[in-house]
Design a protein around this ligand. Structure first.
Ligand SMILES: [Zn+2]
Length: 289
């Protein structure tokens, strides 16, 4: 009998240990880790297409995605003789494809800066290009893929050079959609979501049903002060090429950012808390597909 008790106790302890291990396997999205990804990314310098710092950023993104167990492909192309590169990470295997995207390039010139002497300098893009990239990298670390979906994380190049030397906006997303062999069932694009004073309004070009889906999640999570249930801006961004060919797509953006396209789009204006909010919403959104 005594021996029996010990055996039962032994198995009970093993079970406890196993469940503890399991819990450790499931990791939550960390805004602090996303912020650390952003610090590393920004240390390479502005991610202007054609620059060495841009190339280094692309390598950093691909290495992290592969390290987190994603299949990674780069889609190389040129615009105006400048090499561009979309990065596509895929996980899961299903006919239902959902896509989460961001741009990672930063603007070649700070043409919205108040100081004339700054207007030829490149934008570091801590929030614009950097914040979305940081969130998707942290997401790639923690995201669990439901059995019924396949998830693609896409890092678009050439979003942010519009109206410079004949360049247009969303060149990378345009090219990606042209090459796309499969119809995604839903596309979410995030851009400029790191502002410490986060105000993400519903965006007017987005697919309304998808907006409703995301904003309902935000409401359930009590994020209404940051993810505001009102329409405000109509944006040109990487969701448009998808919408133009009929794929449901929505954009999460906080366009009330005073440092937009200035040399002051730096990490001091980005908060881990804002990255956390967006990460939590994306994790929940994927889990509900
Ligand atoms: Zn921009």
């Amino acid at each position: 009998m005594n021996h029996m008790k010990h055996t039962v106790l032994f198995f009970f302890v093993i079970l406890l240990l196993l469940s503890a291990c399991n819990r450790q396997n499931h990791q939550d999205f960390s805004g602090d880790r996303a912020y650390q990804f952003l610090q590393t990314l920004l240390a390479f310098g502005p991610r202007v297409p054609g620059a060495e710092s841009h190339e280094k950023a692309a390598t950093f993104i691909k290495n992290n995605l592969a390290g987190n167990g994603w299949s990674v492909a780069s889609q190389d192309f040129q615009f105006d003789q400048t090499p561009l590169q979309n990065i596509v990470a895929t996980k899961g295997n299903s006919d239902t494809l959902i896509l989460i995207g961001t741009h990672y390039d930063s603007r070649a010139v700070a043409d919205q800066d108040n100081q004339l002497e700054n207007q030829d300098d490149p934008v570091l893009g801590a929030n614009d290009g950097g914040s979305g990239t940081a969130v998707l990298l942290e997401l790639s670390r923690v995201l669990e893929i439901p059995e019924n979906v396949e998830v693609w994380l896409v890092f678009f190049d050439g979003e942010d050079q519009g109206k410079l030397n004949g360049w247009t906006w969303s060149i990378g997303a345009d090219y990606f959609v042209q090459q796309l062999q499969r119809a995604p069932s839903k596309v979410l694009i995030i851009d400029m979501i790191g502002d410490e004073d986060l105000n993400v309004y519903m965006e007017k070009n987005s697919t309304a049903s998808l907006v409703e889906e995301v904003w309902n999640i935000a409401k359930d999570m009590d994020y209404q002060t940051a993810i505001i249930p009102e329409y405000k801006y109509a944006m040109i961004d990487d969701h448009l090429p998808f919408i133009n060919v009929g794929y449901p797509a929505a954009l999460l953006i906080d366009f009330d950012y005073p440092y937009w396209h200035t040399v002051e789009d730096t990490i001091e204006h980005v908060s881990a808390k804002s990255l956390q909010i967006i990460g939590n919403i994306l994790v929940k959104w994927v889990s509900e597909q």
